[in-house]
Ligand binder design. Structure first.
Ligand code: 3PG
Ligand code: MG
Length: 394
């Protein structure tokens, strides 16, 4: 069993909490604060038990150097509002200002470090580089708490190397995520329907090989659909495509049983990603050369909803289209509604997917579990060992 924060003494101790605060921003406004709220139970418990709490996290993919666009400053300010207490934000990670802020902390106080990915060592493939950075993160702390479930599939210094170096325990979010997602790794209630979409295709594409052997139906929307449509010989216009996925899509379609992988048969297309771009619904085999697919079409959405209605278990990761813009939200809404209405055990995973159901006004209580992790939950349900969990168990 994983040790949790209930099993360790924290009073007066310096506790480094790795959280996943990778929230969508609109300028410096936080578009959805779900991941910040999800980290509150652990933070408030540690604060009320008199710990000195140091929070570390990443935001976006700044590429290993400081970039103010990706500063955690707005997140620190928002966390302070939610907690109703001051969040000290020294503005660096392991430098003199962070060290001074940590040294000056009182029990019950909270310091948030700057974006971990401002240092290239955080995500380095070189164990020595990561290890050196992890040593510096671990130096001033007595205990490490893993609570950033959404980043636990990354072998990064703050996720993997720090807990190898100091006493560590899981936070409440990680505990809750693992308990809920375990239900998708053992005896699964069938039919098991997996719905995949979203824009970070490269991160999720590898999962198909495993999902074909586990799921009864795989419904594909979002940018994830385009390599499969291309594999059927269809033209995808200017739709979001990443190189190197066509061959894999062809082989997944060969491995799958007939009808196991369901693709959109119609799409909402437009000349660009804009709410006021001229748009139309077209059949999947008639995407105009100068237009891009931005949502699944109404017929596809209804077909997907019908299949979801027959499921015993549903796992959904990734919106069906650009839900942030109202003209392209209908496919995501229809799928979300079908999942909310279903009597199945349902899991919705990922920062964007969680943001989508909240933005579209769904009650999160209508879903069995809303995971803060997208890539992380997808790897977990494949039975892969998440580096962050492995490090806690050593
Ligand atoms: C996420 O948003 O999926 C997590 O925070 C991990 O971020 P990453 O995909 O940039 O590693
Ligand atoms: Mg992700």
């Amino acid at each position: 069993m994983m040790k949790t924060i209930d099993d360790v003494a924290v009073e007066g101790r310096r506790v480094l909490v790795r959280a996943d605060l990778n929230v969508p921003l609109d300028g410096d406004r936080i578009a959805d604060d779900g991941r910040i709220r999800a980290s509150l139970p652990t933070l408030t418990a540690l604060i009320s038990r008199g710990a000195r709490v140091i929070v570390c996290a990443h935001l976006g993919r700044p590429g290993g150097r400081p970039d103010l666009k990706y500063s955690l400053a707005p997140v620190a300010a928002h966390l302070g509002l939610l907690l109703g207490q001051e969040v000290d934000f020294p503005g660096d990670i392991v430098g003199p200002e962070a060290r001074a802020a940590i040294a000056a902390m009182r029990p019950g106080g909270l310091v948030m470090l700057e974006n971990l990915r401002f240092d290239a060592a955080e995500t380095s493939k070189d164990d020595m580089a990561r290890g050196y950075f992890a040593d510096r993160l671990a130096a001033p702390v007595d205990l490490y708490v893993a609570d950033g479930f959404g980043a636990m599939h990354r072998k990064h210094a703050s996720v993997y190397d720090v807990p190898l170096r100091c006493a560590s325990a899981a936070g409440y979010l990680v505990q809750a995520e693992v308990a809920a997602l375990r239900r998708l790794t053992a005896e699964i209630q069938r039919p098991y329907v997996v719905v995949l979409g979203g824009a970070k295709v490269a991160d999720k594409f590898d999962a198909f090989g495993d999902l074909i052997s586990k799921a009864d139906r795989i419904l594909v929307g979002g940018a994830m659909a385009f390599p499969f449509l291309a594999a059927h010989g269809l033209k995808t216009g200017t739709s979001l495509r990443e190189p190197g996925q066509l061959a894999a899509a062809v082989s997944y379609l060969r491995q799958a049983a007939p009808g196991q992988i369901e693709l959109p048969s119609d799409l909402v297309v437009a000349t660009g990603i804009a709410a006021d771009a001229p748009r139309q619904v077209v059949a999947a085999d008639s995407i105009p050369a100068d237009q891009m697919g931005l949502d699944i079409g109404p017929k596809s959405a209804e077909r997907f909803a019908g299949i979801i209605g027959t499921a015993g278990t549903v796992f959904w990761n990734g919106p069906m289209g650009v839900f942030e813009l109202a003209p392209y939200a209908a496919g995501t809404r229809t799928v979300a509604q079908a999942i909310a209405d279903s009597g199945a055990f349902t899991v919705v995973g990922g920062g964007d997917t969680g943001a989508a159901i909240r933005a579209l006004g769904f009650d999160v209580g209508a879903f069995g579990h809303v995971s803060t992790g997208g890539g992380a939950s997808l790897e977990f349900i494949q039975g892969k060992t998440l580096p962050g969990l492995a490090a806690l168990e050593t």
